[in-house]
Design a protein. Structure first.
Length: 406
């Protein structure tokens, strides 16, 4: 349990409060016991004074009434004094009279004596009701305290549910609980309910967007295919080349939309497996239809835990950009310190790398090369799914894109 967590703070608060509660309980019991002992000592002192004044002989009736008012009775059962289980509570000695307070079988006794005689008295007041009251109240408070603790923890458990829902937001694992909508909801449950409603609306928007993208791709695929077929029958080579470029560009756009749709629609469908970097690079080269002399391969054939098709698109897009915007139409692929580097010789990026992660963002060179402005946007989204990072450096006229894979 983390020290800065709410759970830790609550457990510590309740723990400290419980310790203070027990401490208060024992202090009250000790105080009650001291008061009872003080009261017994006062009674013993008064008995000693009465006996010293010979009150029991001068006026026996008055003496009897006086000790009765003190809840004391004369005890004639002196055999008690021989019981080894007697527990002495207090004892006073002086040259005239000795007094002793002891307990036996839950009752308190007073023994007043001197060298000539001794008298035994029994305290009829019994045990103090304060002790029973204190114990009863303490038990009730502890039970209530424990009940409040577990009730609070139970209510806070909804925070874990909210945290789990936030982590799963955007995936098919999110469970939208409409049953928690109740007039008696606490603040956390209200927050969880509103989050579920917002997440559900976002999911509906996401689903509608995915359906929209799929419909666009479906509707455009057919005319593009027909257009490619029709261009084969055109005799004018100039127009034929222009039309082929147009349809090829549209087909490329559809393919990029398909990549985007797969990444953002549902990350659960992405299959992470172990592949060698060489296989991924070869697949990217095949997608770009590159000649061997265009790519300078100086990498270690490391293993990667990735989705083969999607990570091939990452390498493909970075290689494609590197070749398009290089001075020599070549690209180098290297590995260094758990990173894959795509390098070309060319001009430095016009803007910060973060700007190119926006969809349809184009620099001046992108307009010259008829770029869609989606390449790095797709790269960033795929790397985010893989939890990889990408960085950019410009060193010695070289553009270096580095992918941290570990």
């Amino acid at each position: 349990m983390r020290r800065r967590s709410i759970y830790f703070s609550i457990v510590v608060t309740f723990g400290v409060s419980l310790v203070l509660l027990f401490a208060s309980f024992f202090i009250l019991l000790k105080s009650d016991s001291d008061n009872h002992l003080r009261m017994l000592s006062q009674k013993s002192h008064m008995l000693t004074k009465l006996i010293r004044d010979q009150s029991f002989r001068i006026n026996p009736e008055k003496f009897e009434k006086t000790i009765d008012n003190l809840d004391i009775k004369v005890c004639n059962d002196h055999k008690i004094l021989l019981d080894p289980s007697l527990k002495t509570i207090n004892e006073r000695k002086n040259k005239f009279m000795n007094s002793r307070i002891f307990s036996h079988d839950g009752e308190y006794y007073f023994l007043i004596q001197n060298v000539r005689f001794g008298m035994l008295f029994r305290d009829t007041a019994g045990l103090s009701d304060n002790k029973t009251t204190i114990i009863t109240i303490f038990c009730i408070i502890v039970i209530l305290f424990v009940f409040l603790f577990f009730t609070t923890i139970k209510k806070l458990s909804r925070i874990k549910e909210l945290r789990s829902s936030i982590k799963q937001l955007g995936t098919s694992k999110v469970k939208y609980d409409d049953k928690i909508n109740d007039k008696n909801m606490n603040e956390i449950e209200e927050l969880l309910y509103e989050f579920h409603q917002s997440a559900k609306r976002l999911q509906d928007i996401k689903n509608a967007r995915n359906v929209f993208i799929r419909n666009i791709m479906h509707e455009l695929k057919t005319p593009i295919m027909k257009g490619n077929l029709v261009t084969e029958f055109i005799e004018d080579d100039e127009h034929k080349i222009k039309l082929k470029k147009i349809f090829s560009r549209l087909d490329e756009l559809i393919n990029q939309f398909a990549s985007i749709e797969r990444v953002i629609s549902n990350t659960n469908s992405i299959a992470f497996k172990t592949y060698f970097l060489e296989d991924i690079v070869d697949n990217a080269k095949d997608l770009l239809l590159l000649d061997e002399e265009v790519v300078n391969e100086e990498y270690e054939n490391i293993k990667l835990q990735v989705d083969f098709e999607l990570f091939s698109i990452v390498i493909k897009n970075l290689m494609d950009n590197a070749i398009k915007y290089s001075n020599n139409n070549k690209v180098s692929i290297k590995t260094s310190n758990n990173s894959i580097q795509i390098i070309n010789v060319g001009e430095k990026l016009e803007f910060e790398l973060q700007s190119y992660f926006e969809p349809f963002f184009k620099g001046e060179n992108e307009y010259k090369n008829n770029s869609f402005g989606l390449g790095l946007y797709i790269v960033k989204n795929i790397l985010d799914v893989h939890k990889f990072k990408i960085s950019y450096d410009y060193i010695d006229n070289q553009n270096i894109f580095s992918i941290e894979v570990k």
